[in-house]
Design a protein around this ligand. Structure first.
Ligand code: FAD
Length: 400
């Protein structure tokens, strides 16, 4: 007999990983996903060892390794002339150091690996076209009110996890949490066939830093595609998510028109996509109680972050492992949820702060960028990997 029946609102990276982690520890899980199909828009995600370790433990190594790429190295370019200011080997060096791979992967491939494992797990029911509306919580039980295939429906469970993303309804309805706000930064994303990319960029993660903007790129889909993420400080009023942007609009917003300061090599990369998709980057202060009674939050719903440490998905995956372990050792669901929150608060806040500080460093004005580039070149403050070491070496058995 299963220990508890846990309902998860949201079938994204966090929701599906949590469903697997809970099922493997003896719970029955129902995942409500509002989309009628499980799909992720065309874009990539970097999975560092702290996250890949959890996915490997859940048995996903082979399905992910089919399409994930391990970049040879991370290369940081100067904003002034495009010269290399720092480089650090990734590949086998990271796997040897952390005991888990550093992967870059298309989100659709990650989601499809998770969905495949969920489908093979009898203790999980994934309900598509199912939108969480509200819930009536009791101390250790919950009735969830949803709209399923257009019809209202109630579900009874022992606990509810809101994994419904940065604009979480569970957060605002049940935890009196803050609404998501635009951070003044917009991300533009695109993928192109790898054949269109100069050889030197095909198997590395590249970063180009510039005042008020930066570009990150890496290969995807077993090396067949190339992913570009360009972030710019912006005053975009029409906050939105996954909105198509033309090449001309992108060029204007990204400072490629007129007397652009982007180095020629970066301009050539930025010129590759015919269209982009733009995302208003949103956030909120995660300093509120995520858990009360039979309800808790996880992933972006609890602690959305700017993507400048590439850890939003990673934190959601870590959350999944920790909430499953916390429930294992707890007398009740509510005690388990409180223990999970205690274990996650400090680390997730520190990672969100690291992302903010990376953003400041990436977008320094030219005069200060000179000092940053010189410091990076000399390895002041440690090599690139050393800066991330405290994040990458995390292990579910040592969760804090
Ligand atoms: C430009 C950019 C680059 C990034 N790069 C990285 C990276 O390299 N590495 C990394 O780790 N992270 C990265 N991230 C962050 C990462 O994408 C997110 O942190 C991650 O997707 C969060 O997962 P989640 O499951 O918490 O939320 P989401 O992925 O947002 O999933 C939430 C799910 O809930 C569903 N949902 C919403 N409301 C309801 C409802 N009422 N009822 C039912 N279902 C609902 C949604 O349809 C969705 O499927 C990046 C983000 C951006 C914007």
């Amino acid at each position: 007999m299963s220990k508890h029946h846990i309902i998860i609102a949201g079938g994204g990276i966090g929701g599906l990983t949590t469903a697997l982690a809970l099922a493997r520890t003896g719970h029955r899980v129902t995942v409500l996903e509002q989309s009628p199909v499980l799909a992720e828009v065309g874009a990539g995600i970097q999975l560092s060892p702290n996250a890949s370790r959890v996915l490997v433990d859940l048995g996903l190594h082979d399905s992910l390794a089919r399409s994930a790429v391990t970049p040879r190295e991370i290369v940081v370019h100067s904003s002034r002339n495009g010269g290399i200011v720092a480089r650090t080997p990734v590949g086998r060096a990271v796997e040897a150091r952390y005991g888990a791979p550093f992967w870059v992967i298309h989100r659709a491939d990650l989601l499809s690996a998770l969905a495949g494992a969920v489908a093979a797990e009898p203790a999980i029911e994934l309900v598509l076209d199912a939108r969480f509306r509200d819930a009536s919580p009791a101390p250790d039980a919950i009735t969830v009110h949803a709209t399923i295939a257009g019809q209202p429906g109630d579900l009874e469970g022992d606990g509810l996890i809101g994994a419904d993303g940065v604009r979480s309804r569970v957060r605002t309805k049940l935890r009196a949490g803050p609404p998501a706000r635009y951070t003044g930064r917009t991300a533009y994303r695109a993928t192109v066939p790898i054949e269109r990319v100069p050889d030197e960029y095909r198997d590395v993660t590249g970063m180009w830093l510039s005042p008020r903007a930066h570009l990150v790129h890496y290969p995807l889909r077993a090396g067949r595609e190339f992913n570009l993420v360009a972030v710019v400080e912006d005053d975009w009023q029409n906050e939105g998510w996954s909105i198509p942007a033309s090449k001309a609009e992108f060029a204007t917003h990204f400072g490629l028109t007129g007397r652009s300061r982007w180095p020629e090599a970066a301009r050539r990369l930025l010129d590759l996509p015919e269209t982009w998709t733009k995302w208003a980057l949103c956030g909120f202060d995660s300093d509120f109680e995520w858990s009360s009674g039979a309800v808790t939050l996880l992933g972006d719903a609890a602690h959305a972050t700017l993507p400048f440490a590439a850890q939003g998905g990673g934190m959601a995956i870590e959350d999944a492992a920790v909430v499953a372990r916390a429930l294992e050792g707890a007398p009740t669901v509510s005690a388990g949820f409180r223990a999970y929150e205690t274990l996650r608060k400090q680390r997730t806040r520190a990672i969100v702060e690291q992302a903010v500080s990376n953003g400041r460093l990436y977008h320094l004005p030219h005069a200060l960028a000179l000092f940053r580039d010189a410091a990076l070149k000399m390895g002041v403050g440690g090599q690139l990997l050393d800066r991330m070491d405290w994040i990458y070496r995390w292990h579910p058995e040592r969760p804090d």
